[in-house]
Design a protein around this ligand. Sequence first.
Ligand code: NOJ
Length: 750
Amino acid sequence: MKTVKFFPLCMLLLPFVSCTQVAVDKKEAAMDKKIENLLSRMTLEEKLGQMNQVSSYGNIEDISGLIKKGEVGSILNEVDPVRINALQRVAIEESRLGIPLLMARDVIHGFKTIFPIPLGQAASFDPQVAEAGARVAAIEASSVGIRWTFAPMIDVARDPRWGRIAEGCGEDTYLTSVMGAAMVRGFQGDSLNSPTSIAACPKHFVGYGAVEGGRDYNSTFIPERRLRNVYLPPFEMAAKAGAATFMTSFNDNDGVPSTGNKFILKDVLRGEWGFDGLVVTDWASANEMVGHGFATDSKEAAMKAVNAGVDMEMVSYTFVKELPALVWEGKVKEAVVDEAVRNILRVKYRLGLFDNPYTDEKKTDILYAPSHLEAARQAAVESAILLKNDREVLPLQPSVKSVAVVGPLANAPYEQMGTWVFDGDKSRVITPLNAIKNLVGDKVQIIYEPGLAFSRDKNTAGIAKAASAASRADVILAFVGEESILSGEAHCLADLNLQGAQSELIAALARTGKPVVMIVMAGRPLTIEKEAELASSVLYSFHPGTMGGPAIADLLWGISVPSGKTPMTFPRMTGQIPVYYAHNNTGRPATKNEVLLDDIAVEAGQTSLGCTSFYLDAGFEPLYPFGYGLSYTTFRYGNVRLSSKELRKDDVLTVTFDLENTGKYEGTEVAQLYVQDKVGSVTRPVKELKRFTRVTLKPGEKRSITFELPVSELAFWNIDMEKVVEPGDFALWVAPDSQSGEEIPFEVIE
Ligand code: NOJ
């Protein structure tokens, strides 16, 4: 037939290879050829230049000189499109080989349009929120010429004292894996070489979330099994999602700083996962191995980092300075340098920088596009968690004719953006106060009296005024929490109670006898037990970003219905930390009937107080468990059925259940599937989240929902450090949070 000769060759090879695969392979082969050609023409200095990332901060003269000499591979912290193009022009037109620069920036939860902090996004349990947020961030950041972000941060973290808890997805390995992969997809889009794609950089590889005492940059001690079972999976998932780059972490784990850790960088990342992108250090973390006492000087630090598998160094210049001698002395093989340069050039090539190095300087009208603001608002709606709602004070009804808007976070545009917003503009932020005025200002009297000027304000002078103003209102809306600078990098806290005089403010408001709705904007779970008791309702919004105000106003008046769930356990008091749901069982698990401090008689003889694992002053339960969150409506779970109660390792377990909206409002429930491996060759967590889904139901609507779980996903790294499913007894729960639901047994057989 005539048409046959026009068939691409790959069609004839079907079903063995697809056309797309052939096209990809062809492109990759062309890329490899180009890279090898370039490498063969590069001097050692030019190679080391590619491995050097410098920070700009607007200082383009000095950097231009370095670029011209081929001594810079990447620049971070330049966001002006004109300057970005100017620097790129120097690289392309004035350096000997014309290799394009890779422009980087920390675009963590938005570039201009700021989304809720990642911990807030995680509370949505909605990967679409994460993907949309990253997509918007990529579109906005790439419009000024940024093609690389240092995100997502997917450090599993179980200590809210750690300021960086704000930047990640919380305590759970599975939730972090799902949200992290969604962010990678959002940043990188359909194809890296689209001009609106930016390379993702999962960080911090690895274990940084486990810093001792929640103090930033501190050491970690994570044995290999826990590393593999808890901390590595989100990174593996991000690599599978195609993340182009990875960043090493600051911490030393069991004595080995990540930047010099061959096991994680070579054996695991490249060897086991087949990663072929680039690995960058964290800020000066190569040279900081001297501070760690892991290297005598910057020369040894550079040697250890490069030999361990680092490709690019962020800002500390030890590679460019020290590697010439190290290569000459044979302490670092030139082949190792070549491999690093290949990894870097590959990312530049895949981003399309060799063909399209410049950005369109006039394309900035995309910033704060209406669709971006709408996505940010939706994200803020889904991120808010209703923790308490006594007497159904929320949603506010038309009978509420006046509200008092109180508290230091009610009208604090800068603070509500949260940490890591280098480029966010507070003048574009809509605060709750302004949003409430816009929404109901014509129908409801709004009495604004902040009481405190900022979250750390200890001056109690304004509290009486606020309480007296509040006593004239039908309902009090108290906006408390943390300023943005109290979380994020290097901003850790040893005390998680509300700062300043906020607790006194809540107490004074409660004394008015009017219902208090407490809205908490913070970068972490705070210990709010006392204040939550005084409030009728508690809505936890984390730092909700540019559109936080409208989202919260909609939630308060029931235009939207809360659906967020806690992405980490909320402790009652700081001393309970670490408190997380997926802990291993002890030989003496706590029950609900422990003897607490006030139950002990004076001069009581020593007893083992019930012989279980708990605190005398805090019991063992948290304030709110992982996965917890209320709605304005109610949901009933029932009729859970399993495809089989006896499964083999290659089966897929199907769990079906009925979910019914038993309340008055349409609402969305995050249904969760937890599993426990009852007995293992090593002790196993009491529960692990394995699946979740958001289900929207009208009042009275009932739907049958199915989770599919391949039995292979019950595998874990066992006593022999092998990832296997161990046959035996299991249990599962289909539940609205990590502490409820009915236990259902099943078995995995050989
Ligand atoms: C240090 C932080 O740890 C890292 O997360 C960030 O991406 C770099 N600085 C660059 O700003």
